[in-house]
Structures are given as structure tokens and as C-alpha cells.
Design a protein around this ligand. Structure first.
Ligand code: NDP
Length: 345
């Protein structure tokens, strides 16, 4: 069957596209330029994956932006949403594209009766609240804090709170849309959301320069390149998960009947960046670090993990038979891919 993948050129979406193709789906990606579309076509073709096509959707906020893109598709994975902290206005920079992009794709989905399910990339950002560090978050939790922060502080809001608000309001808008379009207990399609914390792993999407690296991988790259103070590495950093796991769960969420109208937290573990740097303190990495990341310092190896909130990902593990990729492999693959990719910058 044919799956529409929005924001196909992103860090996560490039993996979703790859795995969809590997699992025998045909994929139509939306991208903002033909250059990005051609890059993906070439990338997948190298592995013999030829069932990828793309359409240009420049502005997800425009009414009817996806109307043409949905024609003939059987399912939708909606990943397109801004994830950055360059915020002058929380609404124009983050919230409007996130919310209108989400309601826009759902409106367009109404036009194609073949669409059975829409999987939306939400985030742990839609779940988290600033609780004491003993709390275990589950799918029942909703971020109440960040939207209030935006209301109260306007343009002065902390950019990370603005981002969290954008994801919260977008996911809420999706569930509300479904409710409003359910008539006599019958919905036009069903939903599932995937709610990951910080995503790491190998980068396969197009990256024109170090400064255009996606936000989560950029946070790690800053340590590799000595652009982040090493003492910060020991601080609590939230939780992480591998990009290949998150991609896989998107496809499982599309294909598994029990995923209907459910949220899924996908998380491996809470962490501090020091734990990622510790993986690289093993002697086997010294040559790679010297040649590719000469400014790498490595923080204070062995500093114990800080106490912080955790995420209960048991629902995704149980529903999809998922065993997360461990930290050592994530760091190994991410570091090696960055060493390779930075040669192009
Ligand atoms: P990227 O920035 O790499 O991907 C974002 C994608 O969305 C890109 O394809 C981008 O297009 C597209 N996009 C952003 N804004 C617009 C817009 N206004 N109009 C059209 N397209 C737009 O980030 P990620 O891959 O990390 O993020 C993918 C999804 O995962 C997002 O929904 C994000 O919120 C979510 N997420 C990410 C986490 C992470 O740690 N990385 C954690 C939790 C959730 P272009 O390439 O042209 O800029």
C-alpha cells in the first residue's frame, strides 16, 4: 500500500521512509524543495528501494496544502513540524506551523476515503511537566505547563517551552479533530501518536552544513566538536531513544490494529550527555576522535547518572514487541555517521 510521509526530508522521517520501503510499502514524501526530494530518491535507490516518490509542499500552514498529496494513499505518517529554538514569536515560528500543519493534514485526509489511519509524530514534549524527579510519566500525562508559559510570557517565553507548547497544542488539536469528525460513533479514520523524548542515532537525511543539523543530533555534535562546555554534560538531560526505533514504531503504529487511537511513549532511558561521552572514552574510539573530532574533551568519565524523572515505555514495548537499541550502539552509529557526513560540510 501507499503511505504519505510528511516532512520526508527530516532526520527522523528519512528513516521512516527507508523502513517503510524496506517493509514493502510504497512511499510518497512531502518535501519543501525538489533538491530534497531528489536526495531521498537517490539515497533509497542506492539500497535498491525504488518505490519512493515525492511532492512539494512548501508551506504546511497553507489551507489545503496536502489536498493533492493525499490522493490515493492508504495511510499517513505526519512528521513535519518545526523543531528548533530560534524563536522570535512562539506562534509564527513554532505553534502555528505545528498546529495548522496537523489539522491541515487531517482535513486533507478526509478527502481520501482509502485513508485508514494517520500516525502523528508527537513528542514527550506533549507529556512532560516540571514535577519532582521521582515521577514516572505515562501516556496518561499531558503537558499543562508549556502552553500556560506561552500565554503568560508571550514573546519572552523560553524557546524550549515554546517548542513544547507547539507539540502539545498540535497533538491536542489532532485528538479534538477526530472527536469532532466522529459521527454516530463512526470516525473517518483513526489516529495514533508516537511520543519520543530526545532522538539520537545515525543521520541519513540531507544536511548541507553543521549549522543545519537537526536539533537533537546537534546537541550531541556540540560535545564532539568542543562547542559545548563539558561540565554541562553531567546535568540531567531527559530521556533518549534511537531514531531507528522511533521510525519502526511509526510503521508498527500504522500497521497494528491495537494501536488505534492510542498514544505511545517511546523511550530507552533517562540520561545525561556524560553517559554518551563515556561510551566514547573506550580506547577503541581514540583514533576516530583524534582524526575526526580533535576538539573532543569527554567531560568527567564515570560521573554517576543524575536523579531525574523517567518515562514508562512499557505500552510500546508490549504492543509492538519492541526492545530498544542500547546506548552503546546509538552512540557508535551516530558518531561514525557524523564523522562521515561532516566531510561534506
Ligand atoms: P527535522 O528538523 O530534521 O525535521 C523536521 C521536518 O519537518 C523537516 O522535514 C522539515 O522540513 C519539516 N518542517 C518543519 N517546519 C515545516 C514547515 N513550516 N513547513 C513544512 N515542513 C516543515 O527534525 P526531526 O526529524 O528531529 O523532527 C521530526 C519530528 O519529530 C517533528 O515533529 C519533531 O517535533 C518530532 N520530535 C523530534 C525529536 C528529536 O529529538 N529529534 C523528539 C521528539 C519529537 P525541512 O527539511 O525542509 O526543514
Amino acid at each position: 500500500s501507499l503511505i504519505l510521509l510528511t516532512g520526508a526530508s527530516g532526520f527522523l522521517a528519512a528513516h521512516v521512509g527507508q523502513q517503510l520501503l524496506q517493509r514493502g510499502y510504497r512511499v510518497r514524501g512531502t518535501v519543501r524543495s525538489s533538491e530534497k526530494g531528489e536526495y531521498l530518491k537517490d539515497l533509497y535507490k542506492k539500497d535498491g528501494l525504488t518505490e519512493f516518490e515525492y511532492v512539494i509542499v512548501e508551506d504546511v500552514e497553507q489551507e489545503g496544502a496536502f489536498d493533492k498529496a493525499v490522493v490515493g494513499v492508504d495511510g499517513i505518517a505526519h512528521t513535519a513540524s518545526p523543531f528548533h529554538f530560534r524563536v522570535e514569536d512562539p506562534y509564527t515560528d513554532l505553534i502555528n506551523p505545528a498546529v495548522k500543519g496537523t489539522t491541515g493534514i487531517l482535513h486533507s485526509a478526509l478527502l481520501e476515503p482509502k485513508v485508514q489511519r494517520v500516525v502523528i509524530t508527537s513528542s514527550f514534549a506533549s507529556v512532560v511537566n516540571p514535577y519532582d524527579p521521582v515521577y514516572t510519566f505515562t501516556e496518561k500525562d499531558w503537558n499543562e505547563f508549556s502552553p500556560k508559559q506561552v500565554e503568560e510570557k508571550g514573546k519572552e517565553v523560553d524557546p524550549s517551552q515554546a517548542y513544547r507548547a507547539s507539540k502539545t497544542l498540535a497533538e491536542k488539536a489532532a485528538w479534538k479533530f477526530l472527536e469532532e469528525h466522529t459521527k454516530d460513533g463512526k470516525a473517518p479514520f483513526d489516529l495514533a501518536t508516537v511520543n519520543p523524548p530526545l532522538i539520537f542515532g545515525p543521520v541519513i537525511h540531507q544536511i548541507s552544513s553543521a549549522s543545519s543539523l537537526n536539533t537533537s543530533v546537534a546537541a550531541f555534535y556540540a560535545y564532539l566538536t568542543g562547542n559545548k562546555k563539558d561540565e554541562d554534560a553531567v546535568n540531567p538531560a531527559g530521556s533518549y531513544v534511537d531514531v531507528r526505533d522511533v521510525a519502526r514504531i511509526h510503521i508498527d503504529a500504522l500497521a497494528t490494529p491495537e494501536a488505534s487511537n492510542e498514544r505511545f511513549l517511546v523511550s530507552t532511558s533517562a540520561f545525561s550527555f556524560q553517559q554518551l561521552l563515556d561510551v566514547l572514552s573506550k580506547p577503541e574510539y581514540s583514533d576516530l576522535l583524534k582524526s575526526s573530532f580533535p576538539k573532543f574533551v569527554g567531560g568527567k568519565p564515570g560521573t554517576p547518572a543524575p536523579k531525574q524523572n523517567v518515562i514508562d515505555a512499557s505500552k510500546a514495548k508490549k504492543t509492538f514487541g519492541w526492545a530498544p537499541i542500547p546506548l552503546e550502539k546509538i552512540v557508535d552509529d551516530m558518531t561514525k555517521s557524523l564523522a562521515e557526513r561532516q566531510k561534506e560540510w
